[in-house]
Design a protein around this ligand. Sequence first.
Ligand SMILES: C[S@@+](CC[C@H](N)C(=O)[O-])C[C@H]1O[C@@H](n2cnc3c(N)ncnc32)[C@H](O)[C@@H]1O
Length: 247
Amino acid sequence: MSVYRAGYPEVYDLVMRHRGRDHPAEAAALARLVRHRNPTAASLLDVACGTGLHLEHLRSHFAAVTGVDLSAQMLARAATRVPGVALHVGDMRELDLAAAFDAVVCLFAVPHLRCTVELDRAVARLAAHLTSRGVLAVEPWYPPEAFVPGYVARDMVQERDRVVVRLSHSTWLDGARDRIRMTVHQADADPAAGIRHDTGTTDLTLFRPEHFAAAFGRAGLTAAHVAAPPFRWGLWVARPAGAAGAA
Ligand SMILES: C[S@@+](CC[C@H](N)C(=O)[O-])C[C@H]1O[C@@H](n2cnc3c(N)ncnc32)[C@H](O)[C@@H]1O
């Protein structure tokens, strides 16, 4: 069962804050990277935007921002964070908003794709939403060689009277050693509601740099992997072949 369900979005926000992901700094880094390549960029699409943690800050850098996510629950929370921002339920593998954007970003989400065929499809759909001078930024995740089988991650977050404890355990899912299964247990307690306990699994793919490079190439984009602090694994930046300047 997926971990993305009722009650999860709020816990996701708590855990991300606790882990110290710096969303204002990430939004600023994205804006710099986009403007360096496309100085007049005004519109941005955040694909797999989740609860809008980036959109909240990206909207001060771009005149018009739009979000898309597969999960209506995640989007419902985004709607409270960024009222007035256009948000759509959509699957990045089949995305068709009939619109083009000066920047398209996809952050902390590509591991949810199951294989390179899905990565190719998703990148092609993201590319289809770029203007001719548009900039695409995709955040990669752990490459397979960085994964520690049996890895246990733990978070304990306290906010006022509320305490959330989240434990996850990750193992290889298959012999190919590029898919992992993460089992998550979560306890969420406060004085009024007591303790709610939830478990779920999510399967994730550890794509290699060559998988990203091939997907961008097949989508007709020129791409490069760049260091982009504070993004731990950098960003893939891609542009339509023929757009002015390098990726
Ligand atoms: C770890 S969250 C990241 C959310 C947000 N980008 C952030 O950085 O906080 C991954 C998100 O990807 C979304 N997602 C997973 N598969 C997707 C797909 N095929 N198309 C669109 N969104 C997807 C999930 O619903 C979830 O909101």
